[in-house]
Design a protein. Structure first.
Length: 404
């Protein structure tokens, strides 16, 4: 497969003409991501970049590799492309992406995740001589890359202009997996809005969610995927309700994956029904008012098996919530055990129950840890700083003057 891929790239290179000189006032940036109708962490970062890049300096667009495009991108005043992929590795998709880069005179391509980088390499670095930035979001996805593709990646990444990890852990793994030069790799933390977010219409309240004023609320924002490990939280919550008779509610916010083997919603609903927790657990599905819903919560919890740098956790911290999460890469990057929350080993139901119970029964501790969360978010994870770093990176690769 290595030689086939390389041969195709060389054949296509021979068929291309020379790039043209152009005068531009703005930097054309194409973000390349996997297609789909689910808004996950990488899609949310791209959405934030597209909507916040200064339009006087940047002209953003998005290409989605796959059968569908997240509808939110279509509602923006940008060009959005669906790049159909029929085969495991689709040469037609590779060529279509190259044509988009050529026809839109793209100066910088920012590919998110490994395979979008692979698909972008030909169009950016061979067919059109555009700059290419590869942003990686998680350690575990790199660990899943086959030995063959890893070798291809090691070769191609030598010609990539910049490589970005969304956390220090991801950056370290990038250098290990692909033997990249340290000067080539940098860390740009995912960013979230730190100021109050305007909510369209009436913001949610405890009363509107049928939560009694005195009830305390635990929340988890994560799409209903098995990797998010909702059942771990459900088991600890069920014991809290049964053993301590506490007046508490659990809000589960996220989108389901119907007809997908990763969909966790059926098992979540079965657990809720089997343990008669319908009055205690609210399944709110996909919500666009998550920042407002965070204001209803007293504690935020994320029990994933694996993470990159979870934006939902950063948003909870920015909202001033104490946070509890599993002791895994990505989550341990932002939770300091005993300072702004607690880290729990996967499967330790008594430990998770104890951590939640400690916070539920101690308002002053919740306040103290929530303040620590907010301070950490302001110091390291502000969206404005994230945007500025990407803008500086893009401009360092293309100066909007006379450029090849």
């Amino acid at each position: 497969m290595h030689y086939t891929f390389a041969t195709i790239l060389l054949m296509e290179l021979v068929s291309q003409g020379s790039p043209k000189l152009t005068h531009m006032k703005r930097t054309n940036v194409l973000f390349v991501i996997f297609g789909g109708d689910i808004l996950g962490g990488s899609e949310r970062l791209v959405y934030s970049l597209v909507t916040n890049l200064h339009r006087d300096s940047f002209n953003p667009s998005v290409a989605c590799i796959g059968d569908s495009v997240f509808e939110g991108f279509r509602n923006l005043d940008i060009r959005v492309y669906a790049v159909p992929k029929k085969r495991r590795f689709d040469i037609a998709a590779l060529r279509m992406l190259a044509r988009i880069i050529r026809d839109d005179n793209i100066h910088v391509v920012n590919a998110h995740h490994f395979m979008p980088m692979i698909y972008s390499f030909y169009g950016a670095k061979i067919a059109n001589h555009s700059a290419l930035v590869y942003t990686e979001h998680s350690v575990w996805e790199m660990e899943r890359i086959s030995r063959c593709w890893r070798r291809i990646g090691q070769h191609l990444l030598r010609s990539v202009d910049s490589i970005v990890g969304v956390s220090s852990t991801v950056t370290t793994q990038l250098m290990r997996s692909f033997e990249t030069r340290p000067s080539q790799v940098k860390t740009i933390f995912n960013g979230v809005k730190l100021d109050a977010v305007e909510v369209q219409g009436q913001p949610p309240t405890k009363e509107s969610l049928n939560i009694a004023r005195g009830e305390r609320v635990i929340g988890m924002v994560a799409n209903f995927k098995k990797i998010k490990n909702h059942l771990f939280l459900l088991k600890a919550f069920q014991e809290l309700v049964t053993d301590d008779k506490q007046e508490i509610k659990l809000l589960l916010i996220g989108q389901s994956f119907s007809r997908n083997e990763e969909d966790a919603e059926p098992e979540i609903r079965r657990f809720v029904s089997a343990n008669a927790l319908e009055k205690n657990i609210l399944l709110l599905g996909y919500r666009e008012d998550v920042p407002a819903l965070l204001g209803v919560m007293d504690i935020f919890c994320l029990t994933s098996f694996r993470e990159g740098l979870p934006i939902s956790l950063l948003e909870a911290m920015a909202a001033g919530l104490p946070v509890v999460g599993t002791d895994v890469d990505g989550i341990r990057d932002v939770i300091i055990d005993g300072r702004n929350g607690y880290l729990i080993q996967i499967g330790d139901v008594p430990g998770l129950k104890c951590a939640l119970n400690t916070l539920l029964r101690n308002e002053s501790l919740r306040t103290k840890m929530g303040q620590e969360s907010q301070a950490m978010a302001k110091e390291r994870f502000g969206l404005e700083g994230c945007i500025k770093q990407y803008e500086s990176l893009f401009l360092s690769l293309f100066d909007p003057g006379l450029k090849v």
